[in-house]
Design a protein around this ligand. Structure first.
Ligand SMILES: [Zn+2]
Length: 298
């Protein structure tokens, strides 16, 4: 990369080499954006993606996967409350949301149904859920196989990047990037394009791994290099969103269990999971969880 895709400067400092690989991480001295170097080209990257990559996890998962079924159950409550027309949920559902809401999204902002664009829509799980709640949905997905699968479900998904899709300006009420920004070749351009296609008052909602969280400091193999081309800290991403013109920025940290999965196999037993859920919850409170979600308005 000649110039930082966030700030345009070209002063980079090496952070560290990734073990057992040919890649290292560099940081922009000006804005703190971290990127994988050398940048692998799309052909090279294909070697690192297998067909069972997470974009197919949701809809292709066997029904007997208890944890995934539970996650989907909680997610349905989350969708109903934050994205649905009917915001009423029971007390039990409220309790569940209290414990797991970090993982699924924002607390304060509740969205009004409109047009939604999911950037990196994978197999279309999120879009299907949003559509069933009354949203008008569109997705972009660079993986042609995943895009085709989502299209076969009757979803409107463009195979490529948000820039290539050439949507109208001021069109969407929400643009969502859930663990996709770190995979794009130009996160700066992606966010700018999201700004252009959003209506005034529309929301961008981005979730990414937390480069400054505890898990990724402890377990560098979980940085998922080279599939993750960029690595974000909340501060750097927030600064860039402000620079693009976004306002009312809210952020919270959450965890998807990277600490437990990074430890030796003994600790990965399901019996320890509740303990790690509590550890993760505490880390989230001090913004050191393994991921973070950030929301801004146009
Ligand atoms: Zn920079």
């Amino acid at each position: 990369m000649d110039k930082c895709v966030f700030c345009g400067e070209n002063h980079f400092q090496p952070l560290f080499q990734i073990k057992g690989g040919d890649f290292k991480l560099l940081e922009c001295k000006n804005c703190g954006l971290v990127f994988t170097s050398p940048e692998p080209n799309p052909e090279e990257l294909k070697k690192y993606y297998s067909r069972d990559y997470y974009s197919f996890k949701e809809l292709a998962a066997p029904p007997q996967d208890v944890i995934l079924s539970f996650q989907q159950f909680v997610r349905r409550i989350f969708f109903k409350y934050y994205y649905g027309r009917d915001k009423k949920i029971s007390f039990k559902e409220k309790l569940l949301l209290f414990f797991f809401q970090d993982r699924f999204g924002p607390f304060k902002k509740i969205f009004n149904i409109g047009k939604i664009l999911d950037v990196g829509s994978g197999d279309g799980f999120f879009l299907s859920s949003a559509k069933s709640l009354g949203w008008e949905v569109a997705g972009v997905e660079p993986d042609a196989v995943a895009a085709k699968f989502a299209t076969s479900l009757g979803l409107n998904v463009f195979a490529g990047t948000i820039e290539e899709a050439k949507y109208d300006s001021n069109y969407f009420g929400m643009v969502r990037l859930s663990h996709s920004l770190e995979h794009t070749y130009n996160p700066g351009g992606t966010i700018l394009e999201a700004y252009r296609v959003l209506k005034p008052g529309g929301s961008i909602i981005i979730s990414v791994p937390n480069f400054s969280g505890l898990a990724l400091r402890l377990f560098r193999n979980k940085l998922d290099v080279p599939k993750h081309l960029f690595h974000f800290s909340p501060k750097t991403l927030k600064q860039y969103l402000l620079r693009c013109g976004f306002k009312d920025i809210e952020m919270n940290s959450y965890s998807v269990g990277i600490i437990q999965s990074g430890l030796p196999p003994f600790f990965q037993k399901k019996i320890f999971t509740p303990l790690f859920l509590v550890i993760d919850k505490m880390l989230n409170i001090i913004h050191l969880g393994d991921s973070f979600i950030i929301i801004g308005s146009k």
